[in-house]
Design a protein around this ligand. Structure first.
Ligand code: NDP
Length: 494
């Protein structure tokens, strides 16, 4: 079906505002969570966290320094012997309680996540927070079954874990890190990202409420330097990091030769491949959720769209039409599809990439016309055609709502183009032929491959990359492996 994109004028379809009105209180000064207590930073240093949709100050956050990191590592070390020797079923009870409490306080978490990070309330409410609770439920289930997960081995925890997370899925990333580590009997120090510490600190309240033994989970807020101090600390046995490839490489150098275990979940430049035989309307929805979900602040985003040449015009036409209907604006409005860019510095990065795309000769389609709010950090969702594989926008992670479209003629060319990237995190395949899906999927260098869908997550499903997207898996039974030491039982066949 062809759609006359000229017919629909902006403003023809109006939604009534549907703002989330529940008030969530935020402490004006947010302390560190060490040894089961909220404590003032010994560094005496604080930083401000803003609402990126309004640029209004939300609160002051403690900036952990060297003495604070020391105190947190000491607390985690002290708690380790008792926690690691607890029966798995008892550790599970604590994790179940955390999961249930997140569910009970879900609305508060969702609103806070949206205010602090800029993502639409419908995403924090329906995706981030429920998935965070599910991760605790899922790993609670494994806590007393570790011997079955690693048959023929005795399983022991790694020890004190330093966990550093980014700003794109703040509570969810905290759950991805803490749940498997605690289930396996480790103790943790979590360092949230500077712009999004509030839900991690609210999780600290939950940890206190449910009576998790002191020092088992500590939360040290701060800047990049706080993360560096934590990763470098000699009392840490394992570093788990999600963030940029650049910082991932620094951590790899820093931990080399120290005996610390390391897992890295880094950037991506996911290829979303649409074959001519795909259900095009569904594929267009998959393109939208692949790149515009969470404003494109997604490491596994389908940011490189590979379209079979014969259907390019149809896909571009339908994508243009769909893009015009996306609502960008107040993240607390339940009808909003795209919220605010997480910070001014990330907005500048995205804008630089858009300029690079234009300068290098790609064609920019800024078809989304809705007026953006005057305050806050905003970016129209957009896409580029006439993109060459050598263009910056085809090679580097933009981490914003910007899609690069390229074409291919044969399945072999699609595979070759998809793998032509330093990253290897995620990919998508759209076709109505099951055999084609298997043929293509086994050739793609990507840790996660979605078929006829995109950006779907489940705690039982492992997630992680190849090449410059990092190593190690989070989620699923595989997500336990980075948090255990295994010793083969003598005489075991496995
Ligand atoms: P970073 O990799 O700098 O941040 C991730 C986390 O690491 C944050 O908690 C950060 O703290 C911390 N950190 C920063 N420097 C160090 C260090 N030397 N040692 C230990 N920890 C450190 O990402 P940015 O927030 O700066 O984003 C930059 C780019 O990275 C984005 O444009 C995007 O392309 C990519 N990115 C990728 C993510 C992914 O999931 N793959 C997630 C986030 C970003 P703090 O926040 O205080 O700086």
């Amino acid at each position: 079906m062809s759609i006359d994109t000229q017919q629909e004028t902006p403003g023809e379809w109006e939604y009534s505002p549907a703002p989330e009105r529940t008030q969530v209180s935020i402490e004006p000064k947010n302390k560190l969570f060490i040894g089961g207590k909220f404590v003032s930073p010994k560094s005496r240093s604080w930083f401000v966290t803003l609402n990126p949709a309004t640029e209004e100050k939300l609160a002051d956050i403690a900036c952990g320094g060297k003495a604070d990191v020391n105190a947190a590592v000491l607390a985690a070390k002290k708690a380790l012997p008792k926690w690691s020797k607890l029966d798995g079923s008892v550790r599970a009870k604590y994790l179940y309680r955390i999961a249930r409490r997140i569910q009970e306080r879900a609305r508060e978490f969702a609103i806070l996540e949206t205010m602090d990070g800029g993502k639409p309330i419908k995403e924090s409410r329906d995706i981030d927070i429920p998935l965070a609770a599910q991760h605790f439920f899922y790993y609670a289930g494994w806590a007393d079954k570790l011997e079955y997960a690693f048959a023929g081995c005795t399983v022991s925890p790694v020890g004190v874990c330093a966990q550093i997370i980014p700003w794109n899925f703040p509570l969810l990333m905290a759950a991805w890190k803490l749940a498997p580590a605690l289930a396996c009997g480790n103790t943790c120090i979590l360092k949230p990202a500077e712009t999004t510490s509030l839900t991690a600190l609210r999780l600290a309240e939950v940890i206190q409420e449910i009576g998790l033994p002191e020092g088992v989970a500590n939360i040290v807020t701060g800047a990049g330097n706080t993360g560096r101090l934590l990763a470098e600390h000699s009392g840490v046995n394992k570093v788990a990091f999600t963030g940029s490839t650049e910082v991932g490489k620094l951590l790899m150098r820093g931990t080399a030769g120290t005996g610390k275990k390391l897992t890295l979940e880094l950037g991506g430049k996911g290829a979303n491949i649409i074959f001519a035989d795909a259900a095009i309307d569904q594929a267009v929805e998959g393109i939208i959720s692949g790149i515009y979900f969470n404003q494109g602040h997604v490491c596994c985003a389908g940011s490189r769209l590979l379209v079979e040449e014969s259907i390019l015009d149809e896909v571009v036409q339908k994508l243009t039409h769909r893009l015009r209907s996306l609502r960008v604006g107040d993240p607390l409005d339940k009808n909003t599809d795209l919220g605010a860019i997480n910070s001014q510095s990330q907005l500048e990065i995205v804008q630089q990439y858009v300029r690079a795309g234009v300068d290098e000769g790609a064609q920019l389609h800024e078809v989304h016309q809705e007026r953006l709010p005057s305050k806050g950090y905003w970016c129209h969702p957009c896409f580029f055609t006439d993109v060459q594989p050598s263009h910056t926008i085809a090679r580097e992670e933009i981490f914003g709502p910007v899609l690069s479209i390229m074409t291919f003629r044969t399945p072999q060319e699609a595979i070759m183009r998809a793998n032509d990237s330093p990253y290897g995190l995620a990919a998508g395949i759209w076709t109505d032929k099951g055999s084609k899906i298997f043929e293509i999927a086994k050739e793609l260098e990507a840790g996660v491959i979605w078929c006829n869908t995109y950006n779907k997550f489940d705690p039982a499903s492992p997630f992680g990359g190849f090449k410059e997207s990092g190593f190690g898996r989070e989620g699923g039974m595989q997500g336990l492996r980075p948090y255990v030491r295994l010793q083969k039982v003598r005489g075991s066949a496995s």
